[in-house]
Design a protein. Structure first.
Lengths: 344, 525, 346
């Protein structure tokens, strides 16, 4: 019961936050001073500008524009479509729907972030467990200090270091470019995966350096959180009991001690998607990967404000949804939280 | 500096050498072609604003009605003939029969008329073709075009440095997809609009029905597929060519050309010396402070292109003395532009300041590319050294045109083509004529205008030379630009042959102008 | 909201884990993400060393960090004041372009660390660039501390509707990844300030950056302040003051604020580190400090393409950023431990 109420409340909060985010992104573009039509076609006639304003719906009152932008049925203006109809607007320059470029760039960034997340966890979990187990020893200090140092390396610095040494000097891996992977064909059927093609133009080959770049900072975060979480767990009674019963160390660490920490790790990994998406922007730009980050960079200089607005919205939407799902899983998976919430 | 000048001289030779013996070449194969930039504005030709990387893609997909040859003539290409009347104000264009667009539509007079009518409404094309009158369809393969003045240069406008490709009616018909659904008559075709992934790649495949043949009569194109890949960062592009991620690429970066030249296994060809693009700094003469000729002179004396060329291009490019290159009618050994002289610059700048209440503000406008940013900073430094107060503004390539059209700048960094050997008109009129919106300097100089008008209508070579000599002198006297250097486009490839292009229909050899390299004859070695 | 005073917490386990626990609960309670920045804060903070160092002498690491910060701040501030015998950061020497240690074309006599691709002295660029980076980062964090601090205090102290409104507002901003938000804000602010027709921004780009990074940091710092204020507002002495009928504003400023400030100060050092990275990121994306004025970020951004032939141009500022961020993280950790601000951590 309590869980249901809690989940219901979360849904409401989700809706409110999403609505506010759309209002924010909508306002950003509308708050630009001056006549957007003048920015778009500086050399058009008055008539052309008026037409453009009408096409963009800029001649309507502010709130009506917002309703049209959302595409709320019934109260939107006739013949318009908005976010609810999947209309993210069109580019000024080519009149292409923003969804076209999104279809291309979204899977690229999703794969990048996903790989980085998985890689970071795969490295961080054993290190975190080891550091917690050897807490206070030289091993622990070495791992911890290294992690502390890695935490201070900005993404762009690591990207440049890797692209210089591994890419430009050793010439092991490409320093720029992209080949489609397994997710791209799902968004755009005209692309085919290169995961099983030759190595020289293989998806994986192009992704190695960017993924390592993004993952390193996360390894440090996950490792340190897991370590302190596990140190706490290792002092709990049930661990002492298991030790007394003669359960092997490895089993205690990975079966008994890691399990309670995995929920925390799940939450943190979910919340951390935001950092990854942010980090992915500069990594994509440095490694010439045509994902959402590169697209945002291009949009800024091309003054494609509608495109920019839509990309921010999509990123915020993904981020909010992931948090919601993590939150949801947390409530469902951990009975303690349900109880705590119910009594609160 | 001697290094590139010397290689420039080999250019014609090397192109010939590659074109002549077609010994060990294989038909078929895929290549990846590295481009300097993505054409974000798309390829709806009449509306597009193609720069060299876009023109290079257009060269694969579209054909133009005429093409320039190495004898500095424009000869019929997709057209069978282009014939003027005796007063050069009515042109009869006959089309080659039996040619089809990639989608099966026939190339006929109606289709070409549709293109020309669209040119007259295009964003930039409307100014380029403002001298064009009515276009009438005479019969299925013939059309007549009238021009408002006698216009001997009209055949040059049917090429327009490779920008005037003929587009299928189906592409023009849909305004929403015109920019992305490329349909032409060229050697390669786009299978579906989805084969263009913005900022990633544009893949074209062999057009099996291509109408041109190579010198031996073999069908063209030779390759099965070309994937154009935008790699804006020039060192990365070089690395990718060396590492095999690219098979061929173009570049106009001096340090890149310098590096590739010394790399074994890489073949380089260049566009033609004497018809190079020119780098110059264009001054907006319509706004203070540069509506004052003294201020323009001050800038002319303050900037030091030779030093900028040394720093940014390792001194490899030839410093320019005027807007046009040496193979153009009217080129002058000594043009009369102000030459770097800090003392004079300071003197003039202080006079301008005195007249303007103590301020002399300069805004350098350029694109967001890092080389341009660095060059812009050198300009700021030199302007400030003369006592001006300069700053840099950077925008995206496509927004740059908007800013220029809107006149929101005081000086901009331009690389443009003004060196058409056959007709000065094609490469000059629209850029410098009074009232033309792409005359970004927005000046109204009767001497320049008179020279341009004389150049536009004259058919006598001596009169043509005289007209552009006058034009050059008037430009120099007005200091509407500060010429910097002539830049070279190079095509670098690995394991490929056939960079010379197919012979033109009249048997003459095509001229590689302004970085538009032919792709139909490219073949794997 | 079950805001337990920290004293009631079970005594087992190091407080790092407790902080994390509370932070996780807090994030769930508010329904949405505690975003990227706070996570970074907690990762930096929950290291085990903190508690061991408390009350002890500073270790060698701390002295090194302090030494580096003193050096880099003096280096850039004195350069900016014109006291140091440096070359101009905007003067080009053609003979020195691209040259430097490890450069393909060789070293540059007279320029110890070489020059950038325009032939400008690297030492001068780094010194003046340091000023830009530190100025922007410090300014942005001050902005965030002032606005985030005030809003967080109000939310934490008054609770109720004020809290709900402010927390929702924070959450909307936190729903957009920080880098994306900063990028969007700078782009829109620049767009807004340039459309006046002159073609360029009329406001110094540094202030736009301070504003953009500052706005992004408001919800992050606001949430932290809120958590801290919430805790202190329920302490006995505050409740006692309330019972005596003191004005809420007075209690807030006299009783709660002084206790919240130490927590904010330790967070400030970490926040400056994050802001330095943010400036670098924005500059590399082309919307940072406007050239020719150098910043560590835009030195990298401008000559990123020259990394192969002149690696020193890119790696020198990268090294300075790394050492500065490392030192600030370290000092933030030390300060947190010394001020014993465990109660108010995230």
């Amino acid at each position: 019961m309590a869980a249901a109420r809690l989940i219901g409340r979360r849904f409401l909060q989700l809706a409110v936050v999403l609505l506010l985010v759309t209002f924010f992104t909508f306002s950003l573009v509308r708050l630009l001073p001056g006549d957007p039509a003048k920015t778009i076609i500086p050399f058009g006639t008055e008539q052309q500008r008026a037409q453009l304003n009408q096409d963009l719906g800029l001649d309507k009152p502010f709130l009506q524009q917002y309703v049209n932008y959302l595409g709320v049925p019934i109260i939107r203006s006739d013949g318009t479509s908005g976010l609810l109809q999947g209309n993210l607007g069109r580019l000024y320059a080519t009149n292409q729907p923003v969804t076209d470029s999104l279809k291309q760039s979204l899977p690229i960034s999703l794969q990048l972030v996903l790989y980085a997340q998985v890689l970071a966890l795969v490295i961080a979990i054993p290190l975190g467990v080891l550091a917690a187990y050897r807490s206070g020893t030289r091993t622990d200090r070495t791992i911890n200090t290294t992690a502390f140092a890695f935490l201070a390396i900005p993404n762009f610095v690591l990207a440049l270091v890797l692209s210089y040494f591994v890419g430009a000097r050793l010439q092991w891996l490409p320093t720029a470019g992209y080949q489609p992977g397994w997710l791209d064909p799902l968004f755009d059927s005209s692309r085919s995966s290169t995961i099983f093609s030759g190595w020289s133009n293989n998806h994986i080959r192009y992704m190695i350096l960017p993924v390592i770049t993004l993952a390193v900072g996360q390894v440090a975060i996950y490792m340190r959180l897991l370590r302190s979480d596990m140190i706490a767990t290792l002092q709990e009674n049930f661990i002492t009991m298991a030790k007394a019963k003669g359960v092997p160390n490895r089993r205690i660490l990975f079966r008994h001690a890691l399990r309670p920490s995995s929920l925390t790790l799940l939450t943190v990994a979910g919340l951390n998607i935001g950092t990854l998406i942010g980090g992915a922007i500069v990594v994509e730009v440095i490694f010439g990967i045509p994902g959402m980050g590169t697209q945002i960079g291009t949009a800024i200089f091309a003054r494609e404000y509608v495109e920019l607005q839509s990309y921010i919205l999509v990123i915020a939407f993904i981020f909010v949804m992931i948090n919601f799902i993590v939150d949801f899983l947390y409530i469902v998976l951990d009975p303690r939280i349900r109880r705590a919430r119910a009594t609160a | 500096m001697g290094a590139l000048a010397a290689t420039g001289a080999i250019v014609a030779g090397s192109l010939l050498a590659i074109a002549a013996p077609a010994g060990a070449q294989k038909t078929g194969g895929d290549v990846r072609f590295g481009l300097e930039a993505e054409t974000t504005g798309g390829y709806c030709i009449p509306k597009a604003q193609l720069v060299v990387s876009g023109i290079q893609v257009a060269a694969a997909v579209y054909d133009t009605l005429t093409m320039p040859n190495t004898k500095d003539e424009y000869v019929a290409n997709l057209a069978e003939s282009v014939t003027p009347n005796s007063t050069f104000d009515e042109w009869t264009i006959k089309l080659r029969p039996g040619i089809k667009f990639h989608n099966g539509e026939a190339l006929n007079a109606a289709a070409v008329k549709q293109n020309m009518d669209a040119w007259k409404t295009g964003r930039l094309f409307q100014f380029v073709y403002s001298n064009m009158g009515d276009v009438t369809v005479v019969d299925d393969l013939t059309l007549k075009v009238t021009t408002k003045t006698p216009w001997p240069a009209f055949p040059g406008y049917l090429y327009l440095q490779g920008r005037a490709g003929i587009v299928a009616p189906a592409q023009l018909a849909n305004a929403d997809t015109c920019a992305t659904n490329l349909i032409g008559t060229g050697p390669f075709k786009l299978n579906s609009p989805g084969d263009w992934k913005l900022n990633e790649s544009l893949t074209v495949v062999k057009n099996p029905n291509y109408w041109k043949k190579d010198a031996k009569g073999n069908a063209l194109p030779c390759l099965d597929k070309i994937t154009f890949v935008p790699v804006p960062d020039s060192p990365t592009r070089d690395t990718q060519l060396q590492g095999g991620q690219l098979d061929i690429m173009h570049t106009s970066s001096a340090s890149s050309i310098d590096g590739l030249k010394s790399t074994s296994g890489i073949d380089l060809v260049y566009d033609v010396k004497g018809n190079r693009e020119t780098r110059y700094y264009q001054i907006n003469a319509s706004k203070p402070p540069f509506n004052d000729p003294k201020a323009r002179q001050a800038l002319g004396y303050a900037l030091n292109p030779k030093e900028i060329n040394t720093i940014r291009n390792k001194g490899l490019f030839t410093v320019a003395s005027q807007t046009m290159d040496s193979n153009s009618p009217g080129y002058l050994k000594s043009s009369g532009y102000p030459k770097y002289n800090l003392k004079k610059a300071k003197q003039l700048a202080s006079e301008v300041k005195a007249a303007n209440g103590g301020s002399f503000d300069v805004t350098f406008l350029t694109t967001n590319d890092s080389d341009n940013a660095a060059e812009g900073q050198l300009l700021i430094e030199q302007a400030n050294a003369a006592g001006m107060n300069a700053k840099l503004v950077q925008v995206d390539q496509s927004s740059l045109v908007n800013e220029l059209l809107g006149g929101n700048f005081s000086v901009t960094l331009v690389r443009n083509f003004h060196s058409d050997a056959a007709f000065g008109d094609v490469a000059n009129y629209v850029w410098w004529a009074k009232g033309s919106p792409v005359n970004f300097s927005k000046f109204d100089d009767p001497n320049v205008q008179a020279a341009l008008d004389a150049g536009r209508t004259s058919t006598d070579p001596a009169a043509l030379t005289k007209a552009y000599t006058d034009f050059n002198k008037a430009m120099a006297a007005g200091v509407y630009v500060v010429p910097a250097w002539y830049s070279i486009w190079a095509l670098a490839s690995k394991g490929l042959t056939g960079q010379g292009g197919a012979p033109l229909p009249d048997g003459s050899k095509a001229l590689v102008l302004n970085g538009r390299f032919p792709v139909e004859t490219l073949c794997k070695k | 909201m079950p805001a337990q005073p920290p004293d009631d917490m079970p005594a087992d386990g190091p407080e790092g884990a407790r902080d994390l626990d509370r932070y996780a609960e807090d994030s769930l309670e508010s329904g949405l993400a505690v975003a990227q920045g706070s996570l970074y804060f907690s990762a930096v903070e929950v290291g085990g060393e903190g508690q061991k160092r408390r009350g002890r002498k500073l270790g060698i690491g701390a002295w090194l960090a302090i030494g580096w910060m003193v050096f880099i701040v003096l280096f850039s501030v004195l350069a900016q004041l014109g006291v140091l015998p440096l070359k101009s950061p905007t003067e080009s020497f053609a003979s020195c372009a691209r040259l430097g240690p490890f450069a393909k074309e060789g070293t540059a006599p007279g320029h110890i660390l070489g020059c950038d691709s325009n032939g400008r002295d690297m030492i001068a660029r780094l010194a003046y660039g340091g000023w830009s980076s530190l100025f922007v980062a410090t300014g942005a964090v001050l902005f965030g501390l002032i606005f985030g601090g005030v809003l967080g205090m109000l939310a934490g102290f008054f609770g109720g509707k004020v809290d709900v409104v402010l927390t929702s507002l924070f959450n909307v901003f936190l729903a957009i990844p920080a880098v994306v938000l900063a990028l969007a804000l700078v782009a829109f602010l620049q767009g807004a300030s340039s459309s006046s027709g002159s073609g360029g921004t009329t406001v110094d780009a540094k202030f736009l950056l301070i504003l953009a990074i500052g706005i992004v940091s408001v919800p992050l710092l606001g949430r932290i302040t809120r958590a801290s204020a919430l805790t202190w507002s329920q302490r006995e002495f505050v409740l006692a003051a309330r019972a005596q009928g003191a004005k809420p504003m007075r209690i807030m400023i006299r009783e709660v604020l002084p206790n919240v400030v130490p927590a904010m100060m330790s967070i400030a050092l970490l926040a400056i580190a994050i802001a330095i990275v943010a400036e670098g990121t924005l500059s590399i994306l082309g919307v940072g400090v406007k050239p020719p004025t150098p910043s560590w970020g835009n030195i990298i951004g401008l000559d990123r393409g020259k990394i192969k032939e002149s690696p020193h141009i890119v790696f020198l500022p990268a090294l300075l950023i790394f050492l500065t961020v490392l030192s600030l993280n370290f000092l933030g950790d030390v300060v947190r431990a010394r001020l014993d601000v465990r109660e108010s951590a995230v």
